[in-house]
Ligand binder design. Structure first.
Ligand SMILES: [Zn+2]
Ligand SMILES: [Zn+2]
Length: 603
């Protein structure tokens, strides 16, 4: 488990945020103190970093004399259990700055000293400690009443983490643990972790022959035929949704001169993430986003109020100079494609267009079985524009959410510096939350590009632009759904939708006939004519998560019938071929969530 940006932020927030916490968070943070106490028993010279509660657990960072082994984690866990059995109360006390610094310095806790030095030196700053047993820690709390209040816990692993997430600072050892209110919750969490490992899209991508990664082009997937079949199925569906929403397709160049990026602001703010290249005498950038080029398309004509809204969808390649060290698979790639949309509209159309976006999101997610959740991200502290501007913009998004009959949460301060946005989240089969789409309202880009439209009374006004991608990137979406479905995609997405398996060689002509009928109906079907035994072919198709296997023998051939077996184990016999083909093609056409195993993952 590598340290990512969110964890750094959540750790920092934990140190600085004295606000209310969920009881489970208090338990998790208390567990990190208990773990730190155990580590100090083993390594009295350990220097302590920070130990926040995080989603699903906790961690603590330590500077230790040697690398931790799995046996160390077991010993630490035992010592933690001894503290729980002793039921030490957690006690809070305060110190003035000078005393706190002196005591931590004499204890050799230089990282804690650094934390205090970074706190504002004023009367409002309270320096508090929590003590349990013989252990004290600089801490804002809150904690549970005593160590016996910790629920069932487990230490998970240790990993390197730079002090304060800074590569120039010492590498510490971070121990991750998890603690829950009940044993059942802990068991379920451990099952989810285990299942997530099995479902890892990088592994399934190899096993199912969808894609591969190669050092010759780091962090950029090579799509194999089956992966492309999946991609095209996703793309066709998203186009169907876009067409239903009144979008037109555009496509724009990848190599773009820097002047455009200067106008858009990317050259100043985003250049580190761009591949910059010398193109003849000009500096150019490979485009990391589509937005600025859609602005140029808008500007090719004088637009009238009657031309708006203009809904443009651009599925071009994008390039982002991500660091290549991280083994993030599809979750961080340097070359990606979004189902990207830009709506240019009048201000009085914003509510309607955001409402449309919300409905398209729900429609596009439905055949995956995902029910999106929405958050309205409001004005941050550092922002452009007046309070009146923000009041109006936030009210428009709230109005659109209401009109879409959508419940939503507020993410205070989560908006972009130039306008509020709606973030879209979904939960996968393992209960993991993913942020996929964002619906971004934007008045800045039209201003930077000096966009206008002619009003009914002959004047000029600036349009607004609404940016959104619904899958986000195809790459990340494929990573997420591969893990969500554990590779067992519904038939409409499956790279191979049906395999025809002749029982013996003499059934091959009829198998070819069945295959032809399926292909004619648009089904991605294959015939397995290898000289393997029939059982081996069924097993291979099953392992490849093919939704439908059609084993054909004498009786089927005579009756022009098939005997389908579904991936889920369901079987039927003697189904007339025409009827079966029509039925299967219909399920695919309707993008049914089928066949889906009866909740095997509900533990
Ligand atoms: Zn603490
Ligand atoms: Zn955009």
């Amino acid at each position: 488990m590598a340290l990512d940006g969110d964890e750094v932020r959540s750790a920092a927030a934990e140190l600085l945020d004295a606000g209310a916490h969920e009881p489970l968070d208090a338990m998790r943070h208390s567990a990190s103190h208990v773990m730190a106490a155990a580590v100090l028993e083993l390594f009295p010279e350990a220097r302590l970093g920070i130990g926040p509660a995080i989603r699903d657990g906790f961690y603590y960072d330590f500077d230790l004399p040697r690398p931790l082994t799995p046996a160390d984690l077991e010993t630490i866990e035992e010592r933690m259990r001894a503290q729980v059995a002793a039921d030490h109360p957690f006690e809070r006390y305060e110190q003035d700055r000078a005393t706190a610094l002196a005591e931590l310095e004499s204890a050799g806790q230089s990282l804690k000293v650094e934390i205090i030095r970074d706190l504002p030196d004023d009367d409002a700053t309270v320096i508090s400690f929590y003590r349990h047993g013989g252990f004290t820690d600089l801490c804002r709390g809150p904690h549970v009443a005593s160590t016996a209040r910790l629920g069932p816990f487990k230490l998970l692993n240790a990993a390197g983490a730079y002090w304060r997430g800074d590569e120039t600072r010492p590498m510490l050892q971070r121990i991750y643990g998890t603690v829950w209110e009940t044993q059942a919750d802990l068991d379920h969490y451990l099952w989810r972790m285990d299942e997530a490992r099995k479902r890892d899209h990088r592994k399934l991508g190899r096993d199912l022959d969808l894609f591969s990664f190669h050092p010759e082009s780091p962090a950029a997937p090579f799509w194999h035929p089956k992966g492309m079949a999946l991609w095209r199925a996703l793309e066709e569906w998203s186009w169907e949704v876009r067409r239903g929403g009144g979008f037109d397709e555009v496509r724009t160049p990848a190599v773009v001169r820097k002047e455009l990026w200067e106008t858009s602001g990317h050259w100043e703010l985003y250049q580190d993430n761009m591949f910059v290249l010398d193109d003849s005498d000009h500096q150019s950038g490979l485009k990391p986003m589509n937005c600025p080029e859609s602005m140029l398309i808008y500007k090719t004509q004088l637009r009238s109020y009657r031309d708006l809204p203009m809904r443009l969808a651009d599925y071009s390649w994008l390039f982002r100079r991500e660091r290549t060290g991280a083994l993030a698979g599809m979750f961080r790639v340097r070359q990606l494609t979004q189902d990207d949309s830009h709506v240019l509209c009048r201000d009085d159309q914003v509510i309607g267009e955001v409402n449309l976006a919300l409905n398209l999101v729900r429609r596009q997610y439905a055949p995956f079985g995902f029910e999106p959740r929405f958050k309205l991200a409001t004005r941050p502290d550092k922002k452009l524009g007046t309070d009146e501007f923000w009041d109006a913009a936030e009210a428009k998004l709230a109005e659109a959410l209401k009109a879409a009959d959508t419940s939503y949460e507020i993410d205070p301060g989560g908006g972009a510096f130039y306008a509020p946005k709606i973030d879209v989240f979904l939960d996968d089969a393992l209960g993991r939350e993913w942020q996929m789409a964002t619906i971004q309202l934007d008045y800045q880009l039209p201003q930077r590009f000096d966009l206008e439209y002619r009003t009914a009374d002959g004047g000029f006004e600036r349009p607004a632009v609404i940016h959104y991608a619904i899958y986000g990137s195809f790459e990340r979406w494929i990573g997420v759904i591969t893990e969500h479905f554990a590779g067992a995609f519904p038939a409409w997405l499956a790279p191979v939708q049906a395999v025809v398996i002749p029982v013996a060689d003499r059934h091959l002509p009829y198998a070819m006939e069945v295959h032809a009928a399926l292909r004619a109906a648009g089904v991605r079907a294959e015939v397995d004519d290898r000289s393997e035994r029939m059982q081996a072919k069924v097993r291979d198709a099953q392992n490849q998560q093919v939704p439908v296997m059609l084993v054909v023998g004498d009786r089927d051939a005579e009756a022009r019938a098939v005997s389908p077996r579904l991936r889920t184990g369901e079987r039927s016999q003697g189904v007339p071929l025409d009827q079966f083909v029509t039925d299967l093609a219909g399920r695919i056409e309707r993008r049914e969530l089928w066949p889906v195993a009866a909740a095997e993952d509900a533990t």
